[in-house]
Ligand binder design. Structure first.
Ligand code: GTP
Ligand code: MG
Length: 426
């Protein structure tokens, strides 16, 4: 096993040498951590067992690691594999949690079946919430009722409170982290069998992206500054012009006009402001990282385009060599077409996206593939038997392709390295 030189904490995003990582004491009497209230003590060890696990000051073997700055637990994979962060942003109720759930659920099979990559939880207990979401929507054999994901809260179990300095409590987010590794049939396996990645993402509440929501003691969206790709979940059903156009054509309750319109361009503008401040960019400077506009709820707004469905075969093609490739030219061509549609109805979104990043792509998808209906308790909910995601994995495959060379085979000339020649470490 090789050890990384440096590690980025997925809670506070501090970057530090791997040998600075602290260990979390195991002995029950050592429950006096200085930063995590009631937490086990974090310490720098002096003795290890033969497997490289540290002994705590009371002689118990420990296995969990913690960030030296915020003291929150970090997955052990971070010591061995490079970490890539992705950001998902969007307005409240735009569909971020449903999109995240459908994308991860589909990736678990698509990466293994088509791209010869294993995709596993890096820290199953930290990923608990996403397992519950997947269970509710996709592993639910009871098709007699309606189910819904809860609204993401501004605090709660997706966050942890840490006393960073005496008297100063900071709320930091809990990441979802996954490990991707090359399977023996991967086209790069012989050359670089040990290679892989951890990737981390977050389920923020839409309110976190509103102006004034980010403070020094609640920096929940700071991942925007370190992530390799940004996914802006854009919900056309929250746009007044789209809703007017779709009136009478779509049965979705989100389209019907009692619903409130949201200024989603402001989410992008505010994100750009935070990123420029965190990365020290000039006010007019555009981000070089890919901004993927995930145009979600395709099932609801598809009457705007002359397409009734999105086929995976348009963008994933098996070559004569048997390798499945992501057809990136096709994704870009389709992006140009969807950009025109968004430009027609929601020009301010295209303008805000172009002002934000030099590299914008529009990818439609539907996490549900069907409309929710109003449940007795007033929540919008779906019958699990009706859920059929469509292209939910495509934005994430594109993000992986653009940010991690060599994992996803593609037809992209720019990604020729990704076709098997080289897979540099970060
Ligand atoms: N028609 C349709 N509706 C969807 C789809 N995905 C999500 N929704 C609906 O959109 C609503 C909001 O979805 P969420 O994923 O909870 O939204 P969110 O962006 O996470 O919202 P916050 O947690 O408040 O920030 C829910 O009522 C869903 O039923 C989809 O693919 N199609
Ligand atoms: Mg949510």
């Amino acid at each position: 096993m090789s050890i990384r030189k440096s590690v980025t904490c997925p809670h506070c995003w501090d970057n530090f040498p791997a040998f600075d990582l602290m260990w979390i004491a195991h002995h029950p009497e050592l429950d006096d951590d200085s930063k995590v209230s009631g937490g086990q003590r974090r310490f720098l060890p002096t003795m290890y067992d033969v497997h490289g696990n540290a002994f705590d000051p009371k002689g118990e073997v420990c296995s969990a690691l913690a960030c030296p700055r915020c003291h929150l637990e970090v997955p052990r994979d971070l010591v061995e594999l490079p970490t890539t962060f992705f950001s998902i942003l969007g307005s409240p109720s735009s569909g971020k949690s449903y999109y995240l759930t459908a994308a991860l659920y589909k990736l678990r099979t698509t990466l293994a079946q088509h791209f010869a990559l294993s995709f596993e939880d890096s820290d199953p207990s930290a990923n608990q919430r996403v397992h519950e979401y997947e269970g509710t929507l996709f592993l639910n054999s009871d098709h007699s009722g309606l189910v819904a994901l809860p609204k993401t809260e501004l605090d709660g179990d997706l966050y942890a409170s840490v006393e960073m300095e005496p008297g100063r409590v900071v709320t930091l987010p809990q990441p979802f982290s996954f490990r991707m590794r090359l399977l023996p049939e991967h086209h790069n396996y012989k050359r670089i069998p040990q290679n892989g990645r951890v990737f981390c993402l977050y389920d923020n509440a839409g309110e976190h992206f509103l102006p004034n929501a980010s403070t020094a003691n609640s920096p929940g969206t700071k991942h925007l500054a370190v992530s390799k790709a940004l996914m802006f979940v854009f919900d056309p059903t929250q746009h007044h012009t789209v809703r007017k156009k779709l009136a009478g054509q779509a049965a979705d309750p989100q389209v019907n006009s009692q619903a409130r319109s949201t200024r989603q361009d402001q989410i992008l503008t505010e994100a750009a402001r935070r990123i420029r401040a965190d990365r020290g960019m000039a006010p007019e400077e555009r981000d070089k990282r890919p901004l993927i506009v995930v145009v979600t709820k395709f099932d609801a707004w598809s009457p705007l385009v002359s397409l009734s469905q999105l086929k995976l075969s348009w963008v994933m093609k098996r070559g004569t060599d048997g390798v499945v490739r992501l057809d990136v030219e096709q994704i870009r061509k389709l992006s140009d077409q969807f950009r025109k549609v968004i430009q027609k109805y929601c020009p301010e979104i295209v303008a805000a996206a172009d002002a934000f990043s030099e590299d914008v792509v529009f990818i439609p998808c539907s996490a549900l593939g069907c409309s929710p209906t109003k449940r007795e308790d007033g929540m919008l909910a779906v019958n699990p038997g009706d859920i059929r995601p469509s292209w939910a994995e495509v934005p994430m495959l594109y993000a992986i392709h653009r940010s991690i060379n060599g994992l996803i085979a593609s037809t992209d000339a720019r990604g020729s390295k990704a076709n098997g020649k080289k897979m540099p470490k970060e």
